[in-house]
Design a protein around this ligand. Structure first.
Ligand SMILES: NC(=O)c1ccc[n+]([C@@H]2O[C@H](COP(=O)([O-])OP(=O)(O)OC[C@H]3O[C@@H](n4cnc5c(N)ncnc54)[C@H](OP(=O)(O)O)[C@@H]3O)[C@@H](O)[C@H]2O)c1
Length: 476
């Protein structure tokens, strides 16, 4: 069986990829940046996107089953983009003779759906709209519980940070969560299902209100928490609240909060009927599994790993911000330190390790970012040591990684322009460069007003990297 996986860098796609690599299939992946995926894992990689018909045709050529795990939620015009993306995918899949599309959407009833969910439903309807030419299995999941999932991260952060939680009244709305490993099982089993027409399969474990999920998560973390629902909390206020206390930016918080007002429980028993071999974990088991993965530093994918929207790969500057017009460059000699130890040291930047110098200034910048709806610092990093191209790191994203040579970070914080931070090792030097491409006058004012801080922060940062690398070398 020839299988195409789209969204292979996304939260679900990354985990499904691991599963499919163990299956007896020939796997191809469509990604927007080929550098963001390992090319030597035994799967074919096609670089492209659903708005480029030539790359779609190449990706779908000769494919039997195609997974559609794409959305553009973080972009302002996501509804139109998602509609067009699904149409393009369907047209190309039919043209290339694909037999089955498997799509993962959200649970919920159309008449009560939030805008975000409505768009996910529309995508499913488009993909299922030509049953005579191609069959579509549409799996629908509600809250997904797993390490790194947006919903779970929100519940966990609120539970850990706030002993008493003041919540909107919708915490009493019913939902039917499911563990991420079970979602992957259903998606994987869908490719082998003996069935010859369209099918909608709703998946979930037990039904419970959001309030119970939060208290259940607290219990699994060994914490006692109190929840006080307040009817006066509006969607806007609650979204700011989530934005401040959890790692999700305002826009993501808003679409999630909007979704809380309507029930998300399963509407059919097709999961039991067609996949009787899958017995989903209970909510408590799924939470414990997620916490275990986090504690063991084994978070495989996170909601913030994919580009999502505003910052889709920077075509104009990809890997090379050197045409940015403002920069701060510092360099220091390696003085006998190995390239490997210096590389490993700067790759441990961010998260719990901090930013090597003036961490309190970085913290302040993170809070300022949160106040204006940005991601802030508390997305942290997935793994304390390892990095991969495309993943988020505090309020940056890894744009390029060349072992023992280079780390390029692209800023995802709210700035009036585009910013990058690069660490580069030459034969005898470490070169650290902050690049900035300002937007208008405000962008320039922003950069020049920060010059004194850059002098302190960046100067200390490069010194501290070399000192730490030296310490590590001595410890060996
Ligand atoms: N995560 C959840 O909690 C959850 C819950 C219920 C249902 N779902 C559904 O599961 C599906 C996957 O969600 P996810 O959370 O895994 O999403 P995600 O992490 O945001 O990943 C989205 C993926 O789509 C890719 N993409 C976006 N636009 C594209 C385009 N035009 N062409 C090609 N690729 C494009 C992105 O590629 P880049 O890497 O290049 O950015 C990324 O890999 C969605 O349909 C979602 O509604 C998710």
């Amino acid at each position: 069986m020839k299988v195409l996986l789209t969204g292979a860098n996304g939260y679900i796609g990354r985990r499904l990829k691991q599963k499919l690599l163990q299956e007896d299939v020939s796997l191809r992946m469509l990604v927007r940046n080929a550098k963001s995926i390992d090319s030597d894992i035994g799967a074919e990689v096609v670089e492209g996107n659903t708005f480029d018909s030539a790359s779609l045709d190449t990706a779908l050529e000769g494919i039997d089953v195609a997974y559609y795990l794409i959305h553009s939620l973080q972009q302002a015009n996501y509804k139109e983009l998602d509609r067009q993306s699904a149409k393009n995918f369907l047209d190309s899949a039919i043209k290339q003779g694909v037999k089955r599309i498997i799509y993962l959407g959200g649970l919920g009833i159309k008449e009560q759906a939030s805008e975000h969910l409505l768009s996910r439903i529309e995508t499913g309807e488009i993909l299922s709209s030509r049953p005579d030419e191609i069959e579509t299995i549409w799996i629908r999941a509600g809250v997904i519980i797993g390490s790194g999932s947006a919903s779970f991260e929100i519940i966990r952060h609120l539970t850990e940070k706030l002993p008493v939680m003041v919540t909107p009244k919708w915490v009493s709305t019913l939902a039917q969560p499911i563990g991420v490993d079970d979602v992957i099982r259903y998606l994987n089993a869908s490719k082998d299902l003996q069935h010859s027409s369209n099918l909608v399969v709703d998946i979930g474990s037990e039904i419970m209100p959001y309030k119970e999920m939060m208290l259940g998560c607290a219990e699994a973390l060994g914490l006692r928490r109190w929840i006080v629902p307040l009817p006066i909390l509006t969607i806007k206020l609650s979204s700011y609240w989530l934005n401040l206390f959890t790692p999700v930016p305002y826009k993501v918080a808003q679409s999630l909060i909007e979704g809380l007002s309507s029930e998300v429980v399963i509407q059919n028993d097709h999961a039991k009927q067609y996949f009787p071999q899958i017995e989903p974990l209970t909510f408590q088991q799924a939470v414990k599994q997620a916490i275990k993965e986090m504690e063991q530093n084994q978070v495989f994918s996170r909601w913030s790993d994919a580009g999502g929207g505003e910052d889709i790969w920077q075509e104009n500057y990809r890997d090379d911000p050197s045409s940015a017009i403002l920069l701060d460059r510092q360099s220091l000699p390696l003085d006998g330190l190995s390239k490997e130890s210096v590389y490993r040291t700067f790759c441990s930047i961010g998260g719990k390790e901090g930013w090597f110098a003036y961490d309190w200034l970085w913290e302040m910048r993170g809070w300022m970012d949160k106040m204006i709806g940005g991601a802030g610092l508390n997305r942290g990093r997935r793994d304390s040591y390892e990095l991969r191209v495309g993943e988020s790191l505090d309020f940056w994203r890894v744009e390029d990684l060349i072992p023992n040579e280079r780390l390029l970070l692209h800023a995802q914080m709210k700035v009036p322009g585009k910013a990058w931070l690069e660490f580069k090792i030459t034969d005898d030097e470490l070169i650290q460069t902050a690049y900035f491409y300002p937007r208008g006058l405000w962008g320039r004012l922003y950069w020049y007003s920060l010059t004194p801080l850059h002098y302190l922060v960046f100067g200390d940062m490069i010194r501290s990297i070399l000192e730490r690398a030296e310490l590590k070398a001595l410890e060996k």
